[in-house]
Design a protein around this ligand. Structure first.
Ligand SMILES: Nc1ncnc2c1ncn2[C@@H]1O[C@H](COP(=O)(O)OP(=O)(O)OP(=O)(O)O)[C@@H](O)[C@H]1O
Ligand SMILES: [Mg+2]
Length: 255
């Protein structure tokens, strides 16, 4: 890792659900100040991997260290921002109540921190609305505010911009880049290829394993294409129309 101390480190990580090997031997080291993209088909293990890294699930084998501490570890949880794929909001509580409830679980945020988080996701004028009245994209935005309000140095985002409109999506990425410049370590799971191209490094998983990693340019070169989506399909064992390539694992059916 070029002499840099890894902020997040996984060694021999596995997670098994019955007969499903959701994460199947992952070694990973993530450096501070960088944005990593986590790519892979549906069911390839991205969410499971993030939950293991965030200390929210126990590995079947292997271990995770975050900021030098083996996870799960309660105090370290407070230094991690985790935005789940399916947001967990209290529908009857207002935007403001949801934000302050979750922020207070992680510490004692100032009023200014709460205001700044709401402003970032442009929900200031909806602060009094019950969460159940928000649109899908607005719920995503509130979930992001909750994730970032305590300014965690480690940030895991599981498809953070699903349902978020293009203008706000660009603002989110500008903000992620600012957080990285301030030293945060950021891992973003995404299916959006232009987002993947904003990452410093991509980690491509398939069937619970890391099958490729590098910059977008490196992955394009490996796949022999100038198009990241084509590279993605190739890594996923699919042809340009999304059909399984003969001899690939996909031929025998999806897991
Ligand atoms: N709690 C669970 N119990 C049983 N199986 C699970 C559980 N969580 C995940 N799995 C299985 O583990 C595999 C990986 O799932 P995971 O949610 O990590 O994939 P993913 O890459 O995040 O997919 P997506 O792109 O659809 O979000 C899938 O086969 C899934 O059904
Ligand atoms: Mg997922």
């Amino acid at each position: 890792m070029n002499g840099l101390e890894a902020a997040v480190e996984a060694v021999g990580l596995r997670k098994v659900f019955g007969s499903i090997r959701a994460v199947d031997g992952v070694d990973l080291a993530l450096a501070p100040g960088r944005i990593y993209g986590l790519l892979g088909p549906n069911g390839s293990g991205k969410t499971t991997l993030i939950r293991l890294l965030a200390g929210l699930a126990r590995p079947t084998a292997g271990h995770v260290r975050v900021l030098g501490t083996t996870m799960p570890d309660r105090p370290t949880l407070g230094r991690i921002g985790y935005m789940p794929q399916a947001e967990a909001l209290y529908p009857d509580l207002s935007v403001w109540e949801n934000l302050s409830f979750f922020a207070n679980l992680e510490g004692s945020p100032s009023r200014a921190d709460l205001d700044a988080a709401l402003a970032l996701v442009e929900l200031t004028d909806r602060r009094g609305a019950p969460a159940l009245e928000l649109s899908g994209g607005m719920r995503r935005r509130l979930s992001l505010a909750i994730t970032l309000v305590h300014r965690p140095p480690i940030v895991f985002l599981d498809e953070p911009t699903v349902g978020v409109d293009p203008a706000l999506r660009v603002q989110f990425w500008t903000h992620f880049r600012r957080l990285a410049a301030e030293g945060a370590t950021i891992l973003v799971a995404s299916h959006v290829m232009d987002e993947a191209d904003r990452c410093d490094e991509l980690v491509f998983v398939r069937a619970g394993r890391v099958i490729a990693r590098g910059t977008g340019a490196e992955l394009r070169a490996t796949a022999g294409t100038d198009n990241l989506e084509t590279a993605f399909l190739q890594f996923a064992g699919l042809d340009a129309e999304g059909r399984p390539v003969a001899g690939s694992e996909n031929e025998v059916g999806e897991r």
